[in-house]
Write a protein of this length. Structure first.
Ligand SMILES: [Zn+2]
Length: 455
């Protein structure tokens, strides 16, 4: 009897633990989860009734239904109403209003989202959630207008644009080219006006266009073409045959110094220097020269640049170099600066005041100072022997910043002089020509100030 009674109570305990375990299991299982669906409405504040409403709905046990409605005064628009036969994962919605809603005159609308999950909680009824937001209606597009610009832009070259951009709920504006580059503008002269330098990359095709694009937080967008005339230009194309002597010289020295494996063949070493190293060194340059300040600009009194006195041009900007070895094409690159040579270790000077943003060794560019002249305009100086400035220094006009040399990927003593506009290499020749600077940059800015004063 005693044994049986012990056995009985043991059974009761086992069943009891089993029930408790089952309840705990169910209580914690996804099937019986108690969290309501998560509803996220990305739109906030202002809306133009046309931009899509971006809504995300998610739930751990899956979703069984959702509904989105738009209310304005007495009018109600059902934007979505879905009921599923089986639980669904995260719903990412981009809902548009029916055309007849565009005509709504009310100053605000209410967006309501309801959702129900697949949980068996609440006696199998599941968990429901709802969310409501009120949006102010703003159907007015941002005002954008070009005040003045350079008359033309040459392939590989620079130009300036001065424009007005205004909106009560402005979110962002910039100048975008057909190559996808966005140029950030700085405030210009008086409130509501902006200025930016733009550039046409030398490595691109024979077309160019630029638009001022302004977006407000209601989803209204204005796109206005910059009236600058593109002039295509043909740049040098060089076929270069690589000799064993050349490949085993400085190229291999650089490849080994920067960690290429010893067993890489001579063409592998050349490609490493000409492609991989070039890419990472140019990434550094592009990153350094993409920054633009937010300070107000009234004018841009830049003087023509001639970094090296009595210099000869030894390689052109924009030269497309295609390399062959034993009759087979093996690599290519664009030369994105102007090579100038004078006596060895000649002083390099900046004719314009600047801030030093970098003064270090940069792979194939060797010892390389980078100067910032304002308005997104930078200059770089490659292959230097000695650096005479440090990052953060302010440079006065005609101050020596470095001495020429053959550091990095350079066969003889020379200066690789590069000019960049917001991270894009441009024709140094333009910035070395006072007439071009006046006609293309300072005159349009003067004209813009005059037109703004007349308003
Ligand atoms: Zn060069």
């Amino acid at each position: 009897m005693r044994k049986k009674s012990n056995f009985g109570s043991m059974m009761v305990t086992v069943v009891f633990i089993g029930i408790i375990g089952g309840v705990v299991y169910l209580y914690n299982s996804v099937m019986f989860e108690r969290d309501v669906p998560k509803i996220e409405i990305e739109n906030a504040g202002y809306w133009n009734l046309r931009a899509p409403l971006k809504i995300n709905i998610d739930d751990a046990s899956g979703l069984m239904e959702y509904k989105v409605t738009l209310k304005s005064g007495d009018e109600v628009f059902e934007l979505a109403n879905e009921q599923f036969l089986s639980p669904q994962g995260k719903q990412t919605l981009e809902l548009k209003t029916p055309k007849r809603a565009y005509a709504l005159k009310n100053k605000e609308v209410t967006v309501s989202v309801e959702a129900k999950d697949a949980s068996k909680w609440n006696f199998f009824a599941g968990n429901s959630a709802s969310k409501q937001i009120t949006l102010q209606i703003d159907k007015k597009r941002p005002y954008v207008s070009t005040i003045a610009s350079s008359y033309r832009i040459i392939k590989g070259g620079s130009a300036v644009v001065i424009f007005k951009a205004q909106d009560d709920n402005m979110e962002e504006f910039y100048v975008e080219t057909n190559f996808g580059k966005r140029f950030k503008a700085q405030p210009f002269y008086k409130e509501g006006y902006y200025v930016t330098l733009i550039a046409w990359p030398v490595t691109t095709e024979k077309i160019f266009s630029a638009y001022i694009i302004a977006k407000d937080s209601a989803g209204n967008v204005t796109k206005s073409k910059v009236p600058v005339i593109p002039y295509s230009k043909t740049y040098k194309y060089s076929r270069i045959n690589l000799s064993d002597n050349f490949l085993n010289g400085k190229v291999s020295e650089l490849a080994y110094a920067y960690g290429v494996e010893d067993d890489a063949d001579i063409i592998g070493r050349f490609r490493y220097v000409n492609e991989d190293m070039r890419k990472s060194n140019e990434d550094v340059i592009h990153e350094l020269t993409s920054k633009v300040s937010d300070t107000k600009v009234n004018n841009f009194p830049i003087k023509k640049m001639y970094p090296l006195k009595n210099a000869q041009v030894v390689a052109q900007f924009g030269d497309h170099r295609v390399y062959s070895y034993q009759g087979e094409q093996v690599s290519e690159a664009y030369h994105l600066g102007l090579d100038l040579a004078s006596n060895a270790m000649s002083p390099i000077k900046s004719q314009n005041p600047a801030t030093v943003t970098f003064a270090e060794e940069n792979g194939i560019y060797g010892n390389m100072p980078v100067l910032y002249h304002g308005l997104g305009l930078y200059t770089i100086y490659g292959h230097c022997s000695t650096l005479m400035v440090q990052e953060g220094d302010s440079v006065r006009s005609n101050e020596s910043i470095a001495k020429t040399g053959r550091s990095g990927y350079a066969m003889g003593d020379h200066l690789h002089f590069g000019v960049l506009v917001q991270g894009i290499e441009v024709r140094p020749q333009e910035w070395m020509d006072q007439d071009w600077i006046r006609k293309s940059i300072t005159d349009p800015m003067r004209q813009a100030r005059k037109l703004i004063n007349q308003r």
